[in-house]
Design a protein around this ligand. Structure first.
Ligand code: ADP
Length: 295
């Protein structure tokens, strides 16, 4: 008799391992170096889905348009962009317009058949809009009601697989689509995590403008090279502040969704994707039992 695992391998060939890369929108990130590296990896046969951010540029454009950015802090300490209807318009213009098309063009110039999609297109990222947000301001809680934000609950993985199978490299960006068919601002790191989980990706890279998770931010020498998901749960809130806390939440969600490795790495270095794949940055793995408990 054929052992069960062999039958399964035979009947259900695993689709080729996919890599999901999220790149932040920091002004100090060299997108040419990033795209050179991506093009080299794709030419070598890697299946890659790219997700990008754009927070800094959105802040600058919003300020120039007379609608400066505002940020909300939730009672549990997560910060997010206050997104009213006007902010959503500006956000969509910058993320899904300017930055997405610039990245696609840069990749096309390098022979990568990149195809840009926002989470709205093809219902790629769907989830509930959170119409009432609790925020803490000056130590007091208040409810924010005119918010176009939410979170990704469903990923149209067949659409991404179709593109990948045909040789396209998907370049993804918020906004996502609410259940009522509205565009909503969602966190890019968490959307990338949901995408990696839905595609059964083996690795998720979260690349931004820091060397990785720092125990003593901003001291680079305090980089934490490896962590397990359990250690992350126990200790991350002690040293991660602001946006890094949401990145770590994304990392936890990806691992819980079956992704085998999340690397928080530096997008500013030469060949940033290859470096993160080789272990530069903070590598987080799903082992149930922490090897050491971080104080
Ligand atoms: P991006 O928008 O490029 O994805 P974010 O701004 O969301 O990146 O997250 C990275 C930021 O998190 C860093 O620029 C840094 O200011 C902040 N941060 C807070 N605590 C830490 C920490 N312990 N280690 C590293 N970065 C941290």
């Amino acid at each position: 008799m054929i052992p069960k695992e062999h039958t399964m391998t035979f009947n259900e060939p695993a689709s080729p391992a996919t890599l999901v890369v999220k790149v932040g929108g920091g002004a100090d990130i060299d997108l040419d170096a990033f795209c050179d590296d991506l093009a080299t990896l794709i030419a070598a046969g890697r299946r890659i889905v790219l997700v990008h951010g754009g927070a800094e540029r959105t802040n600058a454009v919003a300020t120039a348009l007379g609608h400066p950015p505002r940020f909300l802090t939730s009672p549990s300490g997560y910060t997010s962009r206050y997104t009213d209807r006007r902010t959503l318009e500006i956000f969509t213009m910058v993320y899904a317009g300017a930055i997405n098309k610039e990245l696609v063009a840069r990749l096309q110039a390098r022979g990568v058949n990149a195809s840009g999609l926002s989470g709205v297109d093809g219902g790629l990222w769907r989830g509930p809009r959170k119409t009432a947000l609790r925020a803490v301001e000056n130590g007091r809680q208040r409810i924010v009601r005119d918010s176009y934000t939410g979170r990704v609950e469903q990923v149209n993985a067949p659409l991404l697989r179709t593109l990948l199978d045909q040789g396209y490299t998907p370049v993804l960006t918020p906004p996502a689509l609410s259940q009522a068919g509205e565009a909503i601002n969602v966190d890019g790191d968490r959307a990338a995590a949901a995408t990696a989980a839905a595609l059964g990706a083996d690795t998720l890279l979260l690349l931004s403008n820091v060397p990785g998770l720092l125990r003593d931010y901003p001291r680079s020498a305090s980089l934490i090279p490896t962590l397990t998901a359990a250690e992350l749960t126990l200790s991350s809130n002690d040293y991660a502040q602001g946006r890094m806390r949401i990145k770590l939440l994304g990392a936890r969600e990806a691992l819980a969704g079956g992704v085998r490795r999340v690397v928080i790495g530096d997008a500013r270095r030469p060949a940033p994707i290859s470096a993160a794949l080789a272990g530069a940055g903070t590598t987080i793995t799903p082992a149930d039992q922490p090897a050491t408990v971080t104080p």
